[in-house]
Ligand binder design. Structure first.
Ligand SMILES: NC(=[NH2+])NCCC[C@H](N)C(=O)O
Length: 489
């Protein structure tokens, strides 16, 4: 017993030194934001949007995400005690049930995203070892499971080493992306880019898709690549300087936006939309191969392997950290707060990675691809984004947490734009949003169980309405899945 206490004290003093400075936080934001998504942008956009629609999609995303980033910056300085970030804002604004479901959705998104990472990782590996195919066959799933438990072991050893490795990988991936951008910039052909600028010649089931639908269909992809924008607030407890959290978010966002726009827009001046749509992912490989020859594909695939490995590590940390903080706040079951001697949230980590393992096996079974997986992971995070934006709006509206006489105009404008953007994303996510309602249903059960344990009122009246809406939506979605109107692969 005495020994255990001693070990604890020693571990605490090491964690104290892990407080992160500005550049480490920027690396953390970029590192968690730029993961695997960017490497598949050419195909993902080519299959749904023309160059014109893509540019409009990026403008909407740029404005929306910037507002969201400012909201997070604002919330983190106005509500320094809300250490859980995303979900604690939703909870502070709209009560325990919405707070819990936000934590639940965020957690689901984090680990489901890791399942999609595993598929992408092995799809990239197949550029070197063809047996891995599209990353969701048997050899890939076996490989992915091994990687999963290696990362698990690494994180159990202590969070600090993990964050440090990720910083190095962040530098490496940014360099690889810059090389790509320079190469496609030199080879860019304006004629290819403008040939079918609005997608009038592109036919889906015999008709050219409306511009509105093209733009709408870029939204899941543009959102997926920006997930992680809230990263600095999730790890807010680790910042040496509270004011750095906001700065890191904004710097990271603008840098990532520039990279995403350049990668996706320039690719449309290399190959036409139909050819881009036909590339296999990670499709940046096919684009670079077209410019510099076969080594280009291997170069990109190598980049994907490093980048996704780093992001997998970062998201394993986030995925385990969130339930731990939520449990400390009394919103997730208490066991999630358990830590090992090295202050890793060990129970949370075991459960999370266990679920990833389970879904890897399901992936094999359903032959679910990278895109299907990341689409659901993206939809699951939309409610937490929406409710934290709405909390920013609520504070500016009521003046709560604002100093006397302080102007609320900018807070109101940011809040309105980010909230409208949040609703728009939920709408644009379409089928994937419906599928994610299936994930919120087990959340309801856990929440009720937890409230019962704590001997508290289960649901307030307005929460009953939301719970009923979730159940109805889930039932309707199930019906659509069974009738074949929604396909998971
Ligand atoms: N494992 C996750 N939940 N990842 C979510 C982040 C996705 C990241 N923005 C990317 O482009 O790859």
């Amino acid at each position: 017993m005495a020994d255990a206490t001693h070990g604890d004290v020693a571990a605490t003093s090491t964690t104290k030194e892990t407080k992160l400075g500005l550049s480490a936080l920027v690396a953390l934001v970029i590192g968690s934001m730029i993961g695997g998504g960017v490497f598949s942008l050419p195909q993902n956009f080519g299959s749904v949007a023309s160059p014109g629609a893509l540019l409009i999609g990026w403008v909407i995303t740029g404005v929306g995400m910037l507002c969201l980033a400012f909201i997070y910056q604002n919330l983190s300085s106005r509500c320094p005690e809300l250490e859980g970030g995303v979900y604690s804002y939703a909870r502070a604004g709209f009560g325990d049930f919405i707070g819990f479901q936000s934590a639940w959705g965020y957690w689901f998104s984090a680990w489901l995203g890791n399942v999609s990472y595993a598929v992408l990782l092995f799809s990239a590996m197949s550029f070197f070892i063809p047996v891995f195919g599209d990353g969701n066959n048997l050899p890939s799933i076996i490989g992915a499971s091994i990687v999963l438990w290696l990362v698990h072991a690494l994180v159990l050893r202590g969070v600090r080493e993990a964050a440090y490795i990720n910083t190095i990988l962040t530098v490496v991936k940014v360099v690889i992306l810059l090389v790509f951008i320079v190469a496609v910039l030199i080879a860019f052909k304006i004629g290819v880019f403008t040939a079918d600028f609005w997608g009038r010649m592109m036919l889906v089931n015999g008709t050219a898709p409306e511009l509105f639908d093209q733009v709408k269909n870029t939204m899941l992809v543009t959102t997926w690549v920006f997930i992680g924008i809230e990263g600095a607030t999730v790890v807010s407890a680790r910042a040496a300087n509270r004011s750095d959290i906001g700065k890191a978010t904004v710097i990271g966002l603008l840098g990532a936006l520039a990279i995403y726009v350049l990668v996706s827009v320039l690719s449309m001046g290399i190959l036409d939309q139909a050819s881009l749509a036909g590339l296999r992912n990670p499709s940046m490989a096919g684009v670079l191969e077209n410019v510099v020859g076969p080594w280009g594909a291997k170069f990109v695939a190598g980049g994907v392997i490093l980048s996704v490995a780093g992001a997998l590590l970062a998201w394993t940390l986030f995925a385990a950290e969130l339930p731990r903080v939520a449990a400390k706040d009394g919103i997730f079951p208490k066991v999630f707060a358990k830590e090992n001697a090295r202050h890793s949230p060990s129970f949370s980590l075991w459960i999370t990675n266990g679920l990833i393992q389970l879904f890897l096996i399901l992936t094999l079974f359903y032959e679910a691809g990278y895109q299907a997986l990341f689409s659901i992971a993206t939809a699951a995070i939309l409610p937490p984004y929406l409710f934290s934006a709405a909390y920013g709006l609520k504070l500016a509206w009521t003046g709560e947490r604002y100093a006397k006489g302080e102007s609320r105009t900018s807070g109101l404008i940011l809040g309105v734009i980010a909230t409208v953007y949040g609703f728009w994303l939920c709408y644009a996510a379409g089928d994937s949003m419906l599928l994610s309602s299936l994930l919120f249903t087990p959340g309801l059960v856990v929440f009720l169980w937890q409230k019962k344990q704590q001997g508290q009122q289960m649901l307030k009246s307005y929460e009953w309405v939301i719970a009923a809406a979730i159940l109805l939506l889930a039932a309707w979605t199930l019906k659509l899945v069974v009738s074949g109107s929604i396909q998971i692969t």
